[in-house]
Write a protein that binds this ligand. Structure first.
Ligand code: COA
Ligand code: AMP
Length: 629
C-alpha cells in the first residue's frame, strides 16, 4: 500500500488501524478496544490490555529463539571500550537488577529516577523499572543539581539509580556529588540510591542509603515481568516549558509499545535483526524512543555511543561506528552533522570506511537547514530524511515513511503527517488556514497512541499548555505551514522555548535564574541564530539602581549562576548589560524584535512599542558581543 492509502485507512477507521498495529505486540491480555474517550479531551489507549514493556523489548526475542542476537553494542571512544550484550544476556542482567530493586521495595507504580551517562547500564536500569511496572524518570547528565532536585521533588522517587561519573571530552562529570547536592536541596528523599561505580571516578557511598550496583544485586531472586494495564505510565520525562518548572511528560505503556514498534519498519525501514543507531543521549526523548525502546521492542540491535560527533577523536567517528557495526539506519541531530561538516568540509573522514551498510540518515530535534542536508547527501550519497516530533509525542508527527514509500523529498520540509496525526495550521482564532499560509501548528484530538496522555501531577497545566488555545486540538508550540501537497514546514516556536544543539531549553527558566542575582533588576533571554548549535541564548540584564560594580564582573557571575542552577547544557555564555528593555505599552518585552536585531534581519517596528529608541541601545549592546552586525 502507498503512504496515501495507509494514511487514508487510518483516517477512515482509526480504531481498526490501531487495533491492527497492536497485534505486533505481545499482550498478556489483548485490549478489547484501542481508544478511550470517556474523559475527552483527555484520552487514553488500550486501557483494558495487560502488557509488559520489558517483556516486549527483551524476553520475547529470547523466547522466539533470538537470544544470541546482539541487543546492545556499547562503543565508547572516550574510554576506548567496546562490548556487545546479547538479548539473552540482557534478559539476565535486567531480571537480576529488577529483582534487586524489588528486594528493596520497588514495586509497580513506584517512581525511580535514573541519572546516568551513555553506558548500557542506563538502558538496563530503564528496562528493569519497566519490568516491575515501576515508572522511571531519566534525568540528563548536563543538568545541574538544582534541576535534579526539582525533578526529585516532583516525581518523588522511591529509588535513584545513578553512575559515579560521566565523561565529557576533557572533563569528568561528577554525577555522584551532583546527586548528593540534589538530595541536599530536595525535600523528598528516596528510600535508597544505587550507584554504578565507574573506574574513572569511584564515588563515596553513604552507609545505609547508597548501594553499590553490583553488590546490591548479589544473590537476589531475578524478577519476572509484571503485567500492567495499557494506560499504566511507563515513564515520565521532564521537558522545558515556558516557565522554570519543567513539564513531566507521561508515556503510557500500551501506546508506547504499539507506536514505536510501528515506526521502526514504516519510518526507519529496518527489519528485526538490523542495526539501528540513534546518536543522542538517554536523557532526551530521542534516547528513550530510539536508543532504548524502539529498536529493542522491534528486535533490532541498538548502539550506546559514548562520544561526540567531533573530537572523539576526530570527525570520522560517526562513519567509523557505522561501518564497524554495520548500521543500516542512522539518526542524529542536524547540529551533530554541522559539527562534522565544520571540521571535515570535504568529507575526507568518510573515505577510510566502507559505508555500504548504511541506507539512510535521519535528522530531527531541530530545524534541518538545507545546507546541512545537501552536504550530508553529497558526502554520503544517500537519502537524508528530516522528520519532526517532540518529547510530548515520543515519535514522528511528520516524516518521509521510507518503509512504506519513499516520497519525493522537499528540502526544508520534514514531509508529511504520519497516520494518527491530523495536522492543521490555525490562525489566532483557531480557524484552519489555506495551504502556504503561516500559522500555529495544531493536531486534531485525539493524539495517537504513544503520545502524552497527561503531565505528571499537573493536569491543569496539561490542559492550559496544550488543549486550551485551540479547543479540540493539541497545540504543538510550533508555527509553520502546509503546502499544496500536504508537506509541512516548521518555522519557529510560538513560545519562549529555544533549541540549542538539538537541546530544548526554556528562556523563561534562564530568566528566573538571572533574576535571582542581587544586582539584576530585570532581564530577558532570547535565542539568537548560531551557525553550529542552531540557537544560542543571550541574556540582557538591567541592573538595580545604585549598583556600580564593573559590568563584566556581573555578567560573569550571571553566566556562572545559570551553569550552577540549570547546568552546562544551557550553554549560557553571553550576557550584556542594558539600561532598559524594549517593551510594548502594556509592558510585554519585545523578544521577537530583539532576536531579529541580533540576527541582523529586517523587522517591522512594532506598532505598540513604548520607546523605539531603546532598540538602538539593544543593537549597540549586541554589537559588543559580535551580533547585530
Ligand atoms: N553530561 C554533562 N555535561 C554535558 C552533557 C552530558 N551528558 N552533554 C553536554 N554537556 C555539556 C557539554 O560538555 C558542554 O559543556 P561546556 O560548556 O563545559 O563545554 C555543554 O553541556 C553544552 O553542550 P552542547 O551544547 O551539547 O555542546 P558541546 O560543545 O558539548 O557539543 C555538539 C557540540 C554539536 C558536538 C553537540 O552538541 C552534539 O553532538 N550535539 C548533538 C545533539 C544531540 O544529541 N541532541 C539530542 C537530541 S537528538
Ligand atoms: P524536543 O521536545 O526536545 O524533542 O523538542 C521538540 C521541538 O524541537 C519541536 O517542537 C520543534 O520546535 C523542534 N524540532 C524537532 N524536530 C524538528 C524538525 N525536524 N524541524 C524543525 N524543528 C524541529
Amino acid at each position: 500500500m502507498s503512504y496515501a492509502e495507509i494514511y487514508e485507512s487510518w483516517k477512515k477507521d482509526p480504531e481498526a488501524f490501531w487495533m491492527d498495529a497492536a497485534k505486533a505486540i505481545d499482550w498478556v491480555r489483548p485490549p478489547s478496544k484501542a481508544l478511550n474517550s470517556d474523559n475527552a479531551p483527555i484520552y487514553s489507549w488500550y486501557d483494558d490490555g495487560l502488557v509488559n514493556t520489558c517483556h516486549n523489548a527483551v524476553d520475547r526475542h529470547v523466547e522466539a529463539g533470538r537470544g544470541a542476537q546482539t541487543a546492545i553494542i556499547y562503543d565508547s571512544p572516550i574510554t576506548q571500550t567496546k562490548h556487545k550484550i546479547s538479548y539473552a544476556e540482557l534478559r539476565k542482567r535486567v531480571a537480576t537488577l529488577a529483582g534487586a530493586l524489588r528486594a528493596k521495595g520497588v514495586e509497580k507504580g513506584d517512581r525511580v529516577i535514573i541519572y546516568m551517562p551513555m553506558v548500557p547500564e542506563a538502558l538496563e536500569a530503564m528496562l528493569a523499572c519497566t519490568r516491575l511496572g515501576a515508572v522511571h524518570s531519566v534525568v540528563f547528565g548536563g543538568f545541574a543539581a538544582n534541576e535534579l532536585a526539582v525533578r526529585i521533588d516532583d516525581c518523588k522517587p522511591k529509588a535513584i539509580i545513578a553512575a559515579s561519573c560521566g565523561l565529557e571530552p576533557g572533563r569528568v562529570v561528577h554525577y555522584k556529588p551532583l546527586l548528593d547536592g540534589a538530595l541536599d536541596l530536595a525535600e523528598h528523599q528516596p528510600d535508597f540510591c544505587v550507584i554504578f561505580q565507574r573506574e574513572q571516578e569511584v564515588a563515596r557511598l553513604e552507609d545505609g542509603r547508597d548501594f553499590d550496583w553490583h553488590g546490591f544485586q548479589y544473590g537476589v531472586e531475578p524478577a519476572e515481568c509484571v503485567p500492567v494495564e495499557g494506560n499504566h505510565p511507563a515513564y515520565i520525562l521532564y521537558t522545558s516549558g515556558t516557565t522554570g518548572a519543567p513539564k513531566g511528560v507521561i508515556r503510557a505503556t500500551g501506546g508506547h509499545l504499539v507506536a514505536l514498534n510501528w515506526t521502526m519498519k514504516n519510518i526507519y525501514n529496518v527489519e528485526p535483526g538490523d542495526v539501528f543507531w540513534a546518536a543522542s543521549d538517554v536523557g532526551w526523548v530521542v534516547g528513550h524512543s530510539y536508543i532504548c525502546y524502539g529498536p529493542l521492542i522491534h528486535g533490532n540491535t541498538t548502539i550506546v555511543f559514548e562520544g561526540k560527533p567531533v573530537g572523539t577523536p576526530d570527525p570520522g567517528t560517526f562513519w567509523r561506528v557505522i561501518s564497524e557495526h554495520g548500521v543500516k539506519s542512522f539518526f542524529t541531530a542536524p547540529t551533530a552533522i554541522r559539527a562534522v561538516k565544520r571540521e571535515d568540509p570535504n568529507g575526507a573522514f568518510t573515505k577510510p570506511y566502507d559505508l555500504s551498510c548504511l541506507n539512510t540518515l535521519y535528522l530531527a530535534g531541530e530545524r534541518a537547514d538545507p545546507d546541512t542536508i545537501h552536504w550530508a547527501q553529497k558526502i554520503l550519497d544517500l537519502p537524508v530524511i528530516d522528520h519532526w516530533w517532540q518529547t510530548e509525542t515520543g515519535y514522528a508527527i511528520a516524516a518521509n515513511p521510507l518503509g512504506i514509500e519513499h516520497l519525493p523529498v522537499k528540502i526544508g520540509s520534514p514531509s508529511v503527517a504520519m497516520p494518527g496525526y491530523d495536522v492543521q495550521i490555525l490562525d489566532e482564532a483557531g480557524h484552519p488556514m489555506k495551504p502556504g499560509e503561516l500559522g500555529a501548528i495544531a493536531i486534531k484530538l485525539p493524539l495517537p497512541p504513544g503520545t502524552l496522555p497527561n503531565l505528571w501531577n499537573a493536569e491543569e497545566r496539561f490542559r492550559k499548555s496544550y488543549l486550551t488555545t485551540f479547543p479540540g486540538y493539541y497545540e504543538t508550540g510550533d508555527a509553520g505551514m502546509i503546502d499544496e501537497d500536504g508537506y509541512l514546514y516548521i518555522m519557529a516556536r510560538t513560545d519562549d522555548v529555544i533549541n540549542v544543539a538539538g537541546h530544548r531549553l526554556s528562556t523563561g527558566a534562564m530568566e528566573e535564574v538571572l533574576a535571582e542575582h542581587p544586582d539584576v533588576a530585570e532581564c530577558a533571554v532570547i535565542g539568537v541564530t548560531d551557525q553550529l548549535k542552531g540557537q544560542m541564548p543571550v541574556g540582557f540584564l538591567c541592573l538595580t539602581k545604585g549598583v556600580n560594580r564593573p559590568e563584566a564582573e556581573i555578567t560573569t557571575e550571571c553566566v556562572k549562576l545559570v551553569r550552577e542552577k540549570i547546568g552546562p547544557v544551557a550553554a549560557f555564555k553571553l550576557a550584556v548589560v542594558v539600561d532598559r528593555l524594549p517593551k510594548t505599552r502594556s509592558g510585554k518585552i519585545l523578544r521577537a524584535t530583539m532576536v531579529k536585531i541580533a540576527d541582523s534581519e529586517d523587522f517591522k517596528m512594532p506598532a505598540t512599542i513604548d520607546d523605539p529608541a531603546i532598540l538602538d541601545e539593544i543593537k549597540a549592546a549586541l554589537q559588543t558581543i559580535g551580533y547585530a552586525r
